[in-house]
Design a protein around this ligand. Structure first.
Ligand SMILES: O=c1ccn([C@@H]2O[C@H](COP(=O)(O)O)[C@@H](O)[C@H]2O)c(=O)[nH]1
Length: 245
């Protein structure tokens, strides 16, 4: 999807990796009016529950609920049926759960979505962006290249009727080639040159991610752990605009 000036902020998702609503509200106050899409992960959801999702929706934000469901098909279906009731915009499952699990998750999500409301986007997690080649081969005992495994999982996700996958921006061109340009890519592992790499392994800058064809980028600590989140955010937006528009 080519980047349009109007939709840049719609495609930049801020990871709210906090454990209290108070931390979230402080962060949102500092980013007031600058962001459109946020991600709620396990830390925040397990601490605050569905209420935090409803709160964020009331603030007019789009919400990606990143709980990475991974279980037997029947359980994944039930989980997605429950999550579909929260009115989120995007949810995910682990593609490593296989086609039957992802199909069940999609059915559950469809059943849980309120009548007349659009089904949230359902995205499959491929290989976590913190996992490098050596770790995947030697520790996880998965042979082959990371790129081949990611593309394989993307094809499974497409077969199961999912809308796209989570992967590193580095793998986006191969995913698009294998699964089609309409198959969405949601990419964490985003690191501006001035940010700490931390625990991420397969990384690019925000502008490289869009140049490689990412549909959505996910940015956490580069913004949320910055002493000035608004300045960090605008620096990233400006870099993307300068490189991609
Ligand atoms: O493969 C994955 C899947 C999910 N994530 C999540 O994205 C953010 C990234 O945060 P940073 O602070 O920008 O590293 C975080 O919430 C992860 O849980 C991922 O990084 N990689």
């Amino acid at each position: 999807m080519p980047l349009q000036p109007t939709d840049i902020r719609e495609r930049m998702i801020v990871a709210l990796d906090f454990s209290t609503k108070k931390d979230v509200t402080q962060c949102l106050a500092r980013l007031d009016g600058l962001i459109r899409y946020v991600k709620v992960g396990m830390e925040l959801y397990y601490a605050e529950g569905p209420a935090i999702v409803h709160y964020l929706k009331e603030q007019g934000l789009k919400v990606f609920l990143d709980l990475k469901v991974h279980d037997i098909p029947n359980t994944a279906k039930g989980a997605m049926k429950s999550l579909g009731r929260h009115g989120v915009d995007m949810v995910n499952v682990h593609a490593a759960g296989g086609v039957a699990m992802m199909e069940a998750a999609r059915e559950g999500l469809e059943q849980g979505t309120a009548a007349g409301a659009p089904r949230p986007l359902l995205i499959g997690v491929t290989m976590l962006t913190s996992t490098g080649q050596q770790t995947m081969n030697e520790e996880l005992a998965i042979p082959g290249t990371v790129e081949d495994v990611v593309v394989h999982y993307a094809k499974l996700a497409k077969q199961a009727g999912l809308d796209g996958v989570v992967a590193s921006p580095l793998e986006v061109p191969m995913i698009k080639q294998a699964a089609g340009t309409d198959f969405l890519t949601v990419t964490p592992g985003i690191r501006p040159l001035w940010a700490e790499k931390g625990d991420q392994t397969r990384i690019t800058t925000p502008e490289q991610a869009f140049q490689l064809g990412s549909d959505y980028i996910v940015i956490g600590r580069a913004v949320t752990a910055s002493p000035d989140p608004a300045a960090a955010w605008e620096r990233i937006v400006n870099a993307v605009q300068a490189a991609c528009l």
